[in-house]
Design a protein around this ligand. Structure first.
Ligand SMILES: C[S@@+](CC[C@H](N)C(=O)[O-])C[C@H]1O[C@@H](n2cnc3c(N)ncnc32)[C@H](O)[C@@H]1O
Length: 178
């Protein structure tokens, strides 16, 4: 199953940190890339920088037209899941979503265009309370992958962490060896 994130409503003057964290969360928790429906090369560079050092092959594309992105994803047989507190509870629909070929997870920033609710195959709530796109995305991906994403490996990393009960242990490798 391919999983990617579509980030809508990004405002470069105030959302850079949150959008970067949406991308890093998507990468860490098993998505293969993020489409950004805004023009922000700074966010793209920050996420690519992390991905280059920490491994795996996460992609980031900006200047994406959100409607076309959703329509093309669906035309290729994938399903579109819009995370919104107004949707159906994640625990009630995630089993059906898991059966899909590919999943495009749509998250907003400010108000999401009304058409997104109709274009999405599923409008999904992570509780019916307002909170954050980063939290909603993290919980949704964990539900989708049933926790298996927590043990995912990131091949080709120049830097990785050796888990330890105390302190910070890292291993660094020349990228050419990795
Ligand atoms: C800070 S919220 C802003 C929501 C905005 N006020 C609106 O009416 O669309 C930004 C994004 O977080 C996600 N989000 C927030 N709470 C959520 C929830 N309970 N379940 C699923 N997604 C949520 C949605 O993707 C939303 O577009």
């Amino acid at each position: 199953m391919r999983v990617a994130v579509l980030r809508l409503g990004h405002r470069p003057e105030r959302d850079q940190r949150v959008t970067t964290h949406v991308g890093l969360t998507a990468r860490a928790l098993g998505a293969e890339g993020m489409y950004l429906a805004a023009d922000d090369a700074g966010v793209v560079t920050s996420i690519r920088d992390v991905a280059a050092r920490w491994g795996g092959d996460f992609f980031v594309e900006h200047r994406v037209r959100w409607r076309r992105c959703i329509e093309e994803w669906k035309a290729s047989g994938g399903c579109a899941v819009h995370l919104t507190m107004y949707g159906l509870p994640v625990q009630d629909v995630v089993g059906r979503i898991r059966a899909s070929k590919d999943v495009l997870v749509i998250v907003g920033a400010e108000k999401v265009p009304g058409d997104v609710y109709g274009l999405a195959d599923y409008n999904v709530a992570v509780t019916s309370q307002p909170h954050s796109e980063i939290a909603a995305l993290a919980v949704f991906l964990d539900q989708l992958f049933e926790g298996k994403e927590l043990g995912r490996e990131f091949p080709g990393a120049a830097i990785s962490i050796e888990p330890s009960p105390r302190g910070k242990k890292t291993a660094e490798r020349d990228r050419r060896e990795a």
